[in-house]
Design a binder for this molecule. Sequence first.
Ligand code: GDP
Ligand code: IMO
Ligand code: MG
Length: 455
Amino acid sequence: MNEKNKIDVLVGLQWGDEGKGKIVDMLTPKYDVVARFQGGPNAGHTLEFNNQKHVLHLIPSGIFHPDKVNLLGNGMVIDPIAFQKEVEGLRKYIPMEELKKRIVIASGAKLILPVHRILDGANEEAKGDKKIGTTKKGIGPAYTDHVSRNAVLVQDILKDTRTFTNKVNDIQEQHCIALVLQNKKCWDAHALLQELFEFFDAARFMQRFEIVNGPYWLDKQLREGKKVLAEGAQGTLLDINFGSYPFVTSSNTTCGGVCTGLGIAPNRIGKVYGLFKAYCTRVGSGPFPTELGGKQSEEWCATETVKEDATPCASINDPDPFLQGIALRRKGYEFGATTGRLRRCGWLDLPALKYACMINGVTNLIMSKADILSGFETVKICNNYLIDGGFTDEMPMEISELFSPQYKKFPGWDMVTPAKTTPFAEYLKFIENETGLPISIISTGPDRNQIFIRE
Ligand code: GDP
Ligand code: IMO
Ligand code: MG
């Protein structure tokens, strides 16, 4: 028995897309189990090795390693159709028998029904120009059904067919009636029925995997001395409680979500790896104080496509911040892994980073995409906000246009090296001093091997 064995955690410290997939894949050899604790197919986690790129949405990022088990935890919302598609995609690389050994699903995870995706779209449309810019994967409506105690859980799949189908049909029908009453005839009844057939097929497909009692299963792993890594999705500033509400996702993306999403007691949490990009990005609406090009960039990213984004001639050293932002997006390939949308780009926001370290109890920082800032003549970090004539380095309760970020400037660098006296080292040292935390790992490219370990 191993009472002291703890679970390590990796969370994103910004607005998602910090490179969690790559880092979890890189860390997996040190662990036996990788567990997702929240979110669903809104996530897009990219892994690269052997010149091959893989994007995962529901399946944890340890999947490419043999002899490791990947848990889809209780706190997740799982779309069976998306799950089946993802597994089918992986079968090109990993045989089904092997996938069945590497994936286990917690019985308490919630199911995303086809109608949840329709509701997600309808809610967004109703919000007009106040829309959140969700991934339209049904995340909000599925979690809403959970808190209103109507959700269909993974464990329901194991009940007899009639009980399961009746439950799904009842919920789906209630939502459709509500939409009709609101005069939102925003779905095609035939297509929805078709999707429902697909849903039931996919739910049957899920039964081919081991469905476990999540907290007991994890407890057993820990007692047997197995090493467990919890993989966060989204990022701290998208947390339902501590993010820039209402422009957030519908789950606890922060370290507390590990306890509520996996059934892990707080005193069983070990290291907390906090991952951040060397700059910031955000996809969807909502405040982003250090965005290059401000409102102009936000509007551009909400309406333009990848093709149009390539039209303006922009340099990473352009004096116009909007154009500089476009150049940064192109250099960093900042296009959504799930939706293909343009990611808004800006400088590192230190007050937000410190806030994220505090909320998560980060013990070790990891920086990604340090390579993307090479070639900039000047690199900036926001270290203060100016509000009502005074400076603060605290995240305000509500971010508004009435305050402005203040920047510290750093000379740019050509190459990211671990040497101690380069301009890049100055950048690192400043962040370490300000957060009081070590930057233990630095990622310098999308590939699994493009990494410096400083631990
Ligand atoms: P996640 O959602 O946090 O897993 O991140 P995404 O996969 O959505 O986005 C990160 C993107 O950056 C992916 O295209 C990765 O392949 C890529 N990436 C990750 N780390 C690095 C890095 O250090 N440098 C570069 N250039 N790309 C990286
Ligand atoms: P990964 O795990 C970046 C954003 C959406 C939107 C808001 C709410 O790849 O980092 P939702 O569909 O969750 O209701 O959308 O959250 N969002 C993400 N942004 N990375 C993600 O995941 C995201 N998942 C959701 O763009 O602003
Ligand atoms: Mg992503």
